[in-house]
Ligand binder design. Sequence first.
Ligand code: DQA
Length: 149
Amino acid sequence: MKKILVLNGPNLNLLGTREPATYGHETLADVEQLCKDTGKSLGVEVDCRQSNHEGQLIDWIHEAGREIAAGRMIGVVMNPGAYTHTSIALHDAIKGASVPLIELHISNVHAREEFRHHSYISPAARGIIVGLGVKGYALAIEALVRVSS
Ligand code: DQA
């Protein structure tokens, strides 16, 4: 069974209590369960990880690149959190490791503050899902399966 890696970046461990009007009431554990259930229904194994540290996220993207090259992984779904708007290093990691990646945001970043309108991740992403709440994670997993088959 092929795998998909779901990465959540900084502050997403606070889901459920963090600004619920913007991010909803579901916790990270709820989101990870949704991802695993979605994967199961599509015949893929979903591995979920979260880190508040940029370097850790980069290491996981490199690891995903090796798994993809070995034919064991389809790609990555990533909510990079605020690193979306700051991290050239994450952009370079995605490109450097040749990872098909769906960038995901729970909120509609384009309807929020101007500093959220620019993404360093988008030019390196295979596709983008924005503003559909946590259900976007299920859609991103399905999208990755569909575009890679
Ligand atoms: C976010 C949007 C980012 O601007 C923010 O920094 C986050 C979460 C989202 O899921 O809507 O941490 O990626």
